[in-house]
Structures are given as structure tokens and as C-alpha cells.
Design a protein around this ligand. Sequence first.
Ligand code: GDP
Ligand code: MG
Length: 205
Amino acid sequence: MTGRKKHLLKVIILGESGVGKTSIMNQYVNKKFSKDYKATIGADFLTKEVLVDDKVVTLQLWDTAGQERFQSLGVAFYRGADCCVLVYDVNNSKSFETLDSWRDEFLIQASPSNPETFPFILIGNKVDVEEKKRMVSKSRAQAYCQDKGEIPYFETSAKEAVNVQEAFQSVARLALENSDAEDAAGDFADPIHLDMESQKATCSC
Ligand code: GDP
Ligand code: MG
């Protein structure tokens, strides 16, 4: 491949309504937390440039606009994702127990070329809330991640800006690795290109 490659990576954020997805994004992109922040960005996604090693990567972060309550996000939301961030609230066990359904839905809708190696990340949010309200332990979440192919786990507070930058740095790295791996696979087997080459070779005109 010739020329400088642009790294535009699509990241989608999934999880139950109310776990803090929009707040995490707002904290990451705008460094703000607002108790009544609403998803009124007027677009399907936010972008943020980040440096991974020596590469500038543009993350395109897709948040839901509340439709996750009906689990009907539409295929455009999922299509072409390079990384999927699953979010639950550590003080709400139901939001943890439904993670699998979000993961399954993602795999069905996005149908990544290699579901086994597609990068997911798990975020347990709202760790600033008092300890006695916590319902999902760190070890339980870590066991889940282990079971799903050693996916990275971060505990965050969008409210107090804890670990949010770190989580997305990991997202950027994994998304970039996945996208590079897909490109490499594409270079090996490009049926359209191969077909045209063979036609050229046999054309009698
Ligand atoms: P979404 O439905 O997943 O997008 O969740 P929101 O970002 O709208 O957040 C739902 C509620 O949880 C809002 O009232 C937020 O202010 C609150 N919230 C989000 N993140 C945190 C956090 O880290 N700590 C605390 N204490 N509250 C949070
Ligand atoms: Mg939201």
C-alpha cells in the first residue's frame, strides 16, 4: 500500500440505559461531567484524536440516543465497528447480567470477520458511589472478562474522571490493531482484485 494511511476507527458503546455511557463519552471527549447531560450532540458520533505510539488515530465514538432501552439500534450503528465497549454499573447487578445479550447482539448485527478475536473492552462505571452499594465485585467482573477471551477490564467514574482516559487509550490501541489485522487479511485474499488480474491475463482483445 502506498501513501500515508489514515486511521479512522469506529468505536461503539453498549450497555443498559443509565449505566453512564453518555457520561463516560462526555468525560473522555469534553472532560466534563454534568448530572443532567443529555445526548443532544445532534450527530451519531463524536470524534477524538489520540496518539497510539507514533500514530495519530481518530476515534469515531458512537453513543446511543437512548434507544438501547428497546435494544433496537439499527445496523448502521454497528456496521464497520473496530472495537466495542461494553459498560455496566458496578452498583447494579442487572446491568452486569445483561452484558452477554449486548455482546451477542453486537456479534449478530456487526458480524465481524473474526468474532473470536474481535476486540471488546469491559467498563465497570460509577465506582465513586459508596462501597456498601456496590453489587458486582471486581473479581466477578474479571472472571467474566477471562471467560470472554481475556478482554481488558477498567473500573471508571465518569463523575470523578477516574480511569476514563486510560480505558479509551486501550480502546484506541485495540481498535487500531484490529483494523490493521483486517487490512492485512484483505491484502492476502482480495477476490475482486484477483479476478480482474486473471481476466487481464486471459483476455484476447
Ligand atoms: P447512559 O444511559 O448509559 O448514557 O447513562 P448516562 O450517562 O445518561 O448516566 C445515567 C445517570 O448516571 C446520570 O444521572 C448520570 O449523571 C449518572 N452517572 C453517570 N456516570 C456516573 C458516575 O461515574 N458516577 C455517578 N455517581 N453517577 C454517574
Ligand atoms: Mg446515553
